[in-house]
Design a protein around this ligand. Sequence first.
Ligand code: MLC
Ligand code: AMP
Length: 459
Amino acid sequence: MAGALLPSLAGPYDDDRPDVLSVAGRSCSLGGLRGAAGAVARRIAGAPAVAVRADASLETVVAVLGGLLAGVPVVPLPPDAGPAERKHILRDSGAALLLGGDSVEGVEGVPVDAGERVDWSRPEPAPDSTALILYTSGTTGAPKGALLPRAALAADLDALAEAWDWTADDTLVHGLPLFHVHGLVLGVLGALRVGSRLVHTGRPTPEAYAAAGGSLYFGVPTVWGRVAGNASAARELSGARLLVSGSAPLPAPVFRDLERLTGQRPVERYGMTETLITVSARAGGDRRPGCVGTPLHGIATRIAAEEGAGIGELQLTGPTLFSGYLGRPEATAASFTDDGWFRTGDIAAIDPDGTHRIVGRASTDLIKSGGYRIGAGEVENALLDHPAVQEAAVVGAPHDDLGQQIVAYVVADGVTERDLIDFVAGHLSAHKRPRRVVFLDALPRNAMGKPQKRLLPPV
Ligand code: MLC
Ligand code: AMP
């Protein structure tokens, strides 16, 4: 890759193009963004990595951009991360500073001032250097840090711009969290790389989307389901150029309701933290419910270990892949086949015309709730940390609004459902909390003593 990851940040900070970006009601000019990010870059230059308390704010954007300017890997920390999750992410990543947060776990907190102005004009860091370390859940254990190189981000954003005809004339609107690929990489870095205006609505509510007047909208299926459930808000999106859904399967009824209310078919795309977005419907192409389109420029896909009729695990290669899990060579190696293809763990089918359909996941221990990826094992471990809990089994149960909701089955004494929900929300983060807790006398087990999740009673 030649050139800067974010060319728009490379100019002077006296550029006064207003309102290039607005987050939760606060706007910033392009020059303001350059100057404030420059101030962060000067402060953190040379650090091995910096964490950013990634709430939906202008300061989060400034802090992330500061890290990218300085070539310091950025570790977004969910703003509501409880002590266990926060400690793990800060320790595991080796972050030297916490931007926008108080000092914690021996990591010095550094305030971020979106009003500061410093001219930063250093050479662009190497394309293979790590831009972001994104913590993401596996089926068991604590989240792993996925290392995302600058070149992967650039390749993905360029491929998406091509697929969606995304240009500097667009205004992108979304209100997604700024600590995952969807909201941060696509939703912030994408707008800055393409040069389009960005309106981040703070929260992804139908009312906020309706009021924002964008041309390009991003949402997870839960957000689109809520928009489709609010006819007057949905109709306000009729003038948009493209409604894009991703991070979880978009239910066909939501697809059809959006088409009926807005007059346009949503574009669905598929991706993962480890691979970025790899498959998408095209702005100028066919958009069908249940279909995530065709591979993006540079991506090759294949279906492996066929389960009959062309269905099996989706594997892929290409320039958008991560460079591994931080400090976890075995987990990194296990996520690739012997011939170097990334194993997504998603079960897919490829139609004769090349259209991809995601039909499920290989493991039921990875849950998608509201578009968040949550490992059953991580929630089970948190529950087992509660002194009243003897056994725990966590599953994702179908849910109309969230896609899946987290349900915990526990063997426990002297504790209520609310106690355990709040315990997990407080230890990990709010979106990892079970929405339902079912108390059992014992977990169903097989002859070997292994818990049998498929024998758990439905809620
Ligand atoms: C409720 N809350 C609690 C609580 N109960 N807090 C502490 N303890 C409890 N027991 C609080 C929450 O903190 C939050 O506060 C508020 O209640 C509402 O929380 P919620 O009920 O969890 O929100 P909900 O409405 O369910 O959220 C839906 C949603 C959200 C769609 C807005 O799920 C969301 O933002 N999803 C996006 C996920 C995403 O971006 N995934 C992309 C992954 S990248 P407060 O103060 O916050 O209101 C990826 C790659 C790709 O997948 O392909 O894109
Ligand atoms: P994450 O690492 O949070 O990005 O989660 C990645 C997972 O989200 C993938 O492995 C899929 O299971 C799921 N996912 C993302 N986009 C889609 C989509 N359009 N349809 C179905 N599943 C999706």
